[in-house]
Design a protein around this ligand. Structure first.
Ligand SMILES: Nc1ncnc2c1ncn2[C@@H]1O[C@H](COP(=O)(O)OP(=O)(O)OP(=O)(O)O)[C@@H](O)[C@H]1O
Ligand SMILES: [Mg+2]
Length: 373
């Protein structure tokens, strides 16, 4: 495929391979799938390996990225940047930023806090090494504290000095994590609110994100966290887990001041989740000066015509890959290229540029292009 720098529409029947194609792009950007942590799940049934490659053009730089999965070999995953094997997966990071919206992302609004914390952690970890390190140290100390709690529940005496030590690490890391989370929620919340308003076209439908922090504003984070952790020891032994901390925080999502999870309609939930993802894109763009690639899987269903048209306006200027079952879903889109995705009886995927009518690539062409090792 030679995609358009603007909107690329991938249309085809259910099960034809549209999500598969987005997943392939995601692999080239982040070295992993967006829907599974198990690389072997994406290798075709019966095949030994999967491989995907992109050539990308960023201002004046051309770059070649390939990812090869060989689940049955010692080295299960290999990444090649400009045909040279990258030592670590992290060598891939930073070359291509990408933001994906898929049906699973509706969980951002519908499900429990952990998914919203992941949204925050993912953004902050990519933008701040200090955050990433603090989060890792916090998690380690939390695991250690929880292990002691579980032992205490079985009757082993709680070692107060050890508890002090773990709680000190947790409190110190809270002091790094909380201010960054606070700023990030305020920043993304502001942008997401604007995106929601732009897509819905409704002034009176205010979408808001609010940080539900474990430390009240104005309190000294370290002192407050240490005291809370110490005071909750007995209760935590009984529960067998730690009740206070940043691992229990949440982002409250409201529409017109009411909690979205219990109150919002399907289309409103979709618009909110989408706005949160578009906010993420803007945060990355602000940080790097370049818009990430946007992957939108099945985004149009449940959105009314106004929202569809306005969404397309919102994404102009960003290279986007967007899937739908019917090309006419995206008629309002001018700067675009359409591809029909299909799967033949043998299970091979085909991508055909719809306007030109020519076959753009087949599985075989793609594999011929690879020059691993
Ligand atoms: N490991 C695998 N090996 C072989 N086939 C697979 C594997 N994993 C998924 N498939 C098949 O690949 C096909 C393409 O799936 P994909 O999710 O890309 O379809 P889609 O075009 O996005 O469909 P929908 O419109 O329903 O979202 C499906 O038929 C699926 O069953
Ligand atoms: Mg799909």
């Amino acid at each position: 495929m030679t995609p358009h720098p603007g909107v690329n529409i991938l249309f085809g029947q259910n099960g034809s391979g549209k999500t598969n194609l987005l997943e392939a792009i995601h692999y080239c950007a982040l070295g992993r799938s967006h829907r599974t942590s198990q690389d072997k799940e994406v290798v075709a049934k019966g095949a030994e390996m999967a491989a995907v490659g992109v050539q990308l053009q960023k201002s004046s730089v051309r770059m070649d990225i390939q990812v090869k999965l060989t689940p049955n070999d010692g080295k299960k995953k290999s990444v090649f940047v400009d045909r040279k094997r990258a030592a670590r997966l992290s060598d891939l990071m930073g070359h291509v930023q990408c933001v994906i919206f898929s049906p699973e992302d509706l969980m951002l609004v519908k499900e429990g806090p952990s998914i919203r914390r992941r949204y925050l952690d993912m953004m902050l970890s990519q933008l701040s090494t200090a955050y990433f390190t603090a989060l890792q140290q916090y998690q380690k100390a939390l695991d250690q504290r929880n292990a002691l709690l579980r032992e205490a529940k079985k009757g082993i005496r709680l070692d107060a000095a050890m508890m002090d030590a773990f709680e000190e690490v947790m409190a110190d890391q809270c002091a790094v994590i909380i201010p960054l989370r606070r700023r990030m929620v305020a920043h993304t919340g502001f942008i997401a609110g604007e995106k929601y308003a732009a897509i819905s076209g409704r002034e009176n439908e205010a979408f808001m994100m609010a940080y539900e922090c474990c430390v009240p504003e104005g309190e000294d984070v370290i002192a407050y966290a240490r005291e809370e952790l110490r005071d909750s020891r007995q209760e935590d032994v009984f529960r067998g887990s730690t009740s206070f901390g940043i691992h229990r925080e949440d982002i409250a999502l409201t529409l017109k001041g009411r909690e979205m999870k219990v109150f919002a309609s399907q289309g409103q939930i979709r618009t909110a989740a989408l706005s949160m993802k578009l906010a993420q894109l803007e945060v990355f763009r602000g940080e790097t000066g370049e818009a990430p690639i946007l992957l939108l899987d099945d985004v149009m269903s449940e959105l009314d015509m106004t929202r569809r048209t306005r969404l397309l306006e919102e994404i102009s200027g960003v290279q986007t890959f967007i899937t739908c079952t019917d090309e006419s879903d995206l008629e309002g889109c001018r700067e675009r290229r359409s591809y029909q995705v299909s799967m033949d009886d043998a299970g091979f995927g085909h991508v055909q540029e719809a306007s030109a009518g020519a076959k753009v690539s087949t599985e075989d062409d793609l594999m011929d292009d690879f020059d691993f090792d």
